[in-house]
Design a protein around this ligand. Structure first.
Ligand SMILES: C[S@@+](CC[C@H](N)C(=O)[O-])C[C@H]1O[C@@H](n2cnc3c(N)ncnc32)[C@H](O)[C@@H]1O
Length: 317
């Protein structure tokens, strides 16, 4: 498969921000305002690495990591763009393909630190929206983003996050009553085949059910990943546990028509995870973004348009 990143125009066509006409320089970036930074194009295609000369076995993995980091075009570009990490390019690429966000939405970013996905989300939802990040490690959230610290595998922490987002019910912008209708996605599309009038009734029934059950979040992101152990199966199973916690949260808090993105390590249990997503979402895609390192076993599922009326037992079995 081609390693070519999406060109800048296709990556950023969802945003009204102007496209820079040339590759940014450090000086230009330092002058640029934050919203403009997210319109910075991704780096040039990472050219295939030339065969490395044989290194003596004393070369440590941290030296290899440093070498790889300093030569990685996505890392360089994220620094120039004031993005907190190169992970931003994965989300930008997936958002360009699937249009996850709309202005005014409410977003929960699980495993947000250091915060580049939250930066992208905050940029996309704008001042009328809200973003909350959750992470097990302490970190300073990006401007305009709220944060909660805790291990999302803990039921107590999940409960705190549920309570936090349910406070949004009557609040700011479109995160309140109007959010289901105004986001322009989801249940409206589900109702396509219905007679005129039925669609609207279904939308308002879904909205009422969402509000009743505290499903107020428009987009759930999970880039959670524990420190890898070097044992691919253990890392795979650990990542599936994190995805299951995120999917359970989607069942409880994602509104009808809302979207979900989660990272997982590929392995034998990912098919079961995909099937669970298919029970809760209208459409599910498995994605390996170009900006994800080829040698990494990480991959992503995108669940588009949460279905109405799926019981927890049915969704998670
Ligand atoms: C790859 S990083 C996320 C990068 C982030 N998306 C960004 O753009 O900056 C994975 C994060 O998941 C967090 N994490 C791992 N396990 C977690 C857990 N059980 N609960 C909460 N956060 C967790 C880690 O602390 C780490 O910050």
């Amino acid at each position: 498969m081609s390693a070519r990143p999406l060109c800048a125009r296709s990556l950023f066509r969802a945003t009204p921000l102007p496209l820079p006409t040339s590759t940014p320089t450090t000086a230009k970036c330092a002058r640029a305002a934050f919203p403009l930074l997210l319109s910075t194009p991704p780096p040039p295609p990472p050219t295939p690495l030339p065969l490395q000369p044989h290194r003596p076995s004393s070369s440590s993995s941290s030296t290899r990591w440093r070498t790889r980091q300093t030569s990685d075009p996505y890392t360089k570009s994220s620094k120039l763009s004031a993005l907190k990490s190169r992970a931003a390019y994965k989300l930008l690429e997936i958002d360009a393909r699937h249009r996850l966000f709309a202005p005014g939405q409410s977003v929960v970013d699980l495993g947000y630190a250091p915060g580049s996905w939250s930066q992208v989300a905050r940029n996309r939802v704008g001042d009328g929206g809200r973003v909350v990040g959750i992470d097990v490690i302490p970190a300073m959230p990006p401007r305009g983003v709220s944060a909660l610290q805790g291990d999302f595998l803990s039921e107590g922490v999940q409960g705190r996050v549920r309570e936090f987002v349910r406070e949004w019910r009557g609040g700011k912008g479109r995160g309140g009553e109007g959010s289901v209708l105004e986001s322009g996605r989801g249940v409206e599309e589900v109702g396509e085949e219905a007679e005129e009038g039925d669609g609207e009734k279904r939308v308002s029934a879904a909205r009422e059910a969402d509000l009743l059950h505290g499903r107020v979040v428009d987009v759930v992101l999970s880039d959670m990943m524990m420190n890898t152990s070097g044992n691919p199966f253990r890392d795979h199973v650990g990542s599936i546990d994190l995805c299951m916690a995120a999917l359970t949260f989607c069942h409880d808090c994602l509104r009808t028509g809302g979207h979900f993105l989660c990272k997982f390590y590929q392995g034998p249990e990912d098919k079961d995870l995909e099937n669970r997503l298919k029970r809760l979402f209208e459409k599910v895609h498995r994605i390996k973004p170009d900006s994800s390192r080829k040698e990494s076993r990480e991959s992503y599922f995108v669940g588009l348009r949460r279905k109405a009326d799926v019981s927890k037992e049915e969704a998670l079995r």
